[in-house]
Design a binder for this molecule. Sequence first.
Ligand SMILES: [Zn+2]
Ligand SMILES: [Zn+2]
Length: 244
Amino acid sequence: MIHNIKNIITPVLTLLYPKRCVACDKVLLKMEKETGFCRDCIKKVKLVGPVCCLKCGGPISDDTKEFCRNCERNTHAFLQNKAIFQYTGDMKNAMYRFKYANRRCYGKVFAKHANRYYGRWLKDNNIEAIVPVPMYKKKEKRRGYNQATVFARELSAITGIPVAEEIVRREADTKAMKQLNGLKRKKNLLNAFSLGENVVQFRKVLIVDDIYTTGTTMDEVAKVLKSGGVKEIFGMCVCIGEMQ
Ligand SMILES: [Zn+2]
Ligand SMILES: [Zn+2]
């Protein structure tokens, strides 16, 4: 089977770096541009840090435990997920702007922090391709972009790992997951994804998304990739909610 080179690209850096703080939206001073956060927010923003669930990567309060309660109870189709920030405080507003207010420039900041904390982890796991969680095509056209793809491309530009778009497709315009509970989330995403034209050639891939909530989305994408022959699936999200 042959790679379709069109869909496997290492993008060049094209987007601008944000001029405003990712968290509070204040104009950044020159020296603050390095991190993408103003000096107040860089202290306030909560990183996930090393005390986290070994499966989903969510912060856990009890550091004697290996897994959060969610991962103790549920099996996942991916091996391990990592997340950079806790989905709390101003990061909630940041994610809203990243998703709906055309702040594609945040992708660069997120990729930078992702590489800083998890660059080693990506190398150690020999990730061959980055797969953004796809958006329903019509929805993507309407909105202008898929934030997961933006993050994927910037991460690719920093790490050199290619982005493999289109190997998973979103078949339906599913409901927003925010208001749905666990079981309904699963139902909502049943058969939502399918394998794209190209049969997956990779053994180890990284699924990327903006926010990890229960892991249902990542699981569904991982299942599709597995059905296409991918052996090991990892995940990375910009933000994650607190796990118990
Ligand atoms: Zn700020
Ligand atoms: Zn977990």
